[in-house]
Ligand binder design. Structure first.
Ligand SMILES: Nc1ncnc2c1ncn2[C@@H]1O[C@H](COP(=O)(O)OP(=O)(O)OP(=O)(O)O)[C@@H](O)[C@H]1O
Ligand SMILES: [Mg+2]
Length: 392
C-alpha cells in the first residue's frame, strides 16, 4: 500500500496534481483514494463533480475521492474526549462554547484528517491513498504530530490520565469532573491509532511526500523548507514537481517571463538535488476536469507508474552530537569546483562557480542551529558536511 502526500505553497497545484496522480494510479489498476482535508471543496472543483459531500465517492473505475470535513470527523470520533475536556474548562468558569474552542489545540483539525486516513487504511480497501494537504508551511508538522502526541501521551499515561490526576487534586476546589471510563477508553484507542499512523508515515516504502512548486522564488523556498522539515522528521520525499511553467513566446513580455522561469527551474534542479524533478507546463486554460487532469498526469509521469518510490535517500541529513549538529547536504558539484559558503540568518548560502556561471544553493537551517555557529564546512564526495557548534 502507498500513501502519497502532496505539499507546497498555496495555489501551486497540489490539488490538481493529487487528482492527476490518483487518475493515473487508477488507470494502472491500483485501487486509489484521493483525499483532501481542505475546507474549501477543492476536490469537487478539480474533478468537476457536484454534490460531493463528505463520504467516499466513486469517480471512475478504481478511483474514489473523499473530501474530509475535519469538524464532523472530530465530533463523530472524539466527542467523548472533547466534551470531557470542555467540561473541565467549563467547570473552571469558561463558557461552554469557548471551552470547546480552547479544547481544540492548534493543528487538531489536521490531526483529525490524518486519523481519517488511518481509519481508511485499516479497511485495506485501497492500494494507494493520495493526500492533498492544505497549503501551510506547517503542514508537515502535522504528519509528525502522531508520533509526538503518541509518545508523550503514553509517557503521561494518556491525556485523560493526566486530566484525572489534575481533576483529583482540584476537584474539591473547582468541581472538576473526573473522566469517565468512556473517556479513558477513547483516549487509549486514540493513542493506538496515532501509533499506527506514525508507523505508516515513517515507513519510506509506504509514504512519500512530493513537493509542488511553481517556477518562482517564493514557492521554491517554501518547498525547500518542507524538504528540510521532512528530512528532520525522517519522512521520505521522492519527488519535486515544478508546475505552471510558461512556454517560450515571440512576444517580449511573455518571453521575459519564460526566461525568468527557466532560470528558476534550473535553480530548482540544483536546489532539490538529487531529488527527481518533474516539470509541467502551464496549460492554456485553467486545469480542471478529468480529461485535463489525465493529461496533466501524462505529463507528470509519462510511462512511469506513479506508485513507484522515485527516490530513496536523504538530500539533507542532520545528526546531533553533544552540543553540536552535523549537517550533510548532497550537492551537484565536487571538490574540484570553486565554492563559497555563507550563513545568512536561518539559511546557508552555498555558491559554486560553474561553466554556466555562479549557481547558488540556499539550504534552510533547522531552528536548533539558531544559537549555534558555523564551525566547519567541507566538501566530500558531492556531500557538503557542515558542523554547527554551541557558543560564540
Ligand atoms: N499546469 C497548470 N496549467 C494551468 N492551470 C493550472 C496548472 N496547475 C494548476 N492550475 C490551476 O491553478 C489553480 C490552483 O491549482 P490547485 O487548486 O491545484 O492548487 P493548490 O496548490 O491545491 O491550491 P491551494 O493551496 O489553494 O489548495 C487552479 O485554478 C488550477 O486549475
Ligand atoms: Mg488545494
Amino acid at each position: 500500500m502507498r500513501l502519497i502526500v502532496y505539499t507546497g505553497k498555496g495555489g501551486t497545484g497540489k490539488t490538481v496534481t493529487s487528482c492527476a496522480t490518483a487518475i493515473k494510479l487508477a488507470e494502472r489498476g491500483h485501487k486509489t483514494l484521493v483525499i483532501s482535508a481542505d475546507p474549501a471543496h477543492t476536490l469537487s472543483d478539480a474533478l468537476m463533480i457536484q454534490d460531493f459531500g463528505h463520504e467516499q465517492k466513486q469517480v471512475q473505475t478504481n478511483l474514489h475521492a473523499l473530501q474530509i470535513d475535519p469538524v464532523a470527523e472530530m465530533s463523530r470520533q472524539y466527542n467523548v474526549i472533547l466534551s470531557y475536556m470542555a467540561s473541565v474548562f467549563s467547570a473552571k468558569g469558561i463558557d461552554e462554547t469557548l471551552a470547546y474552542e480552547v479544547a481544540m489545540l492548534p493543528g487538531m483539525t489536521q490531526l483529525f484528517s490524518l486519523l481519517k486516513i488511518e481509519e481508511v487504511w485499516q479497511t485495506k480497501m485501497f492500494d494507494a491513498i493520495v493526500l492533498d494537504m492544505p497549503a501551510s508551511g506547517e503542514a508537515l508538522r502535522y504528519l509528525y504530530f502522531p508520533k509526538l502526541v503518541g509518545s508523550i501521551g503514553r509517557k503521561l499515561s494518556g491525556l485523560a490520565g493526566l486530566f484525572s490526576g489534575f481533576a483529583k487534586v482540584f476537584q474539591p476546589l473547582a468541581k472538576i469532573p473526573a473522566p469517565s471510563k468512556d473517556v479513558i477508553t477513547s483516549e487509549v484507542e486514540l493513542l493506538d491509532r496515532l501509533d499506527n499512523l506514525a508507523d505508516i508515515i515513517k515507513n519510506g516504502d509506504v509514504t512519500s511526500i512530493r513537493l509542488v512548486a511553481n517556477p518562482d522564488t517564493f514557492s521554491i523556498e517554501n518547498a525547500k523548507r518542507a524538504l528540510m522539515s521532512a528530512s528532520l522528521y525522517g519522512i521520505n520525499v521522492d519527488m519535486a514537481v515544478i508546475n505552471k511553467i510558461m512556454i517560450p513566446s515571440s512576444d517580449e513580455y511573455y518571453a521575459r517571463w519564460a526566461n525568468f522561469q527557466q532560470s528558476k527551474v534550473e535553480e530548482a534542479r540544483a536546489n532539490f538535488y538529487p531529488l527527481p524533478i518533474r516539470e509541467v507546463q502551464l496549460f492554456p486554460t485553467e486545469l480542471r476536469g478529468i480529461d485535463m487532469l489525465s493529461r496533466h498526469g501524462d505529463k507528470l509521469f509519462g510511462d512511469d507508474d506513479p506508485a513507484q518510490v522515485f527516490y530513496r535517500g536523504q538530500p539533507y541529513k542532520f545528526e546531533s552530537e553533544g552540543t553540536s549538529i552535523h549537517m550533510t547536504v548532497q550537492v551537484p558539484f565536487s571538490e574540484k569546483d570553486d565554492f563559497d559558503i555563507e550563513r545568512i540568518g536561518d539559511q546557508l548560502s552555498v555558491g559554486v562557480k560553474t561553466a554556466a556561471g555562479r549557481i547558488v544553493n540556499i539550504v534552510p537551517l533547522p531552528i536548533a542551529t539558531a544559537g549555534m555557529r558555523l564551525a566547519r564546512a567541507k566538501l566530500e564526495d558531492r556531500k557538503l558536511k557542515v558542523l554547527f557548534e554551541k557558543g560564540a
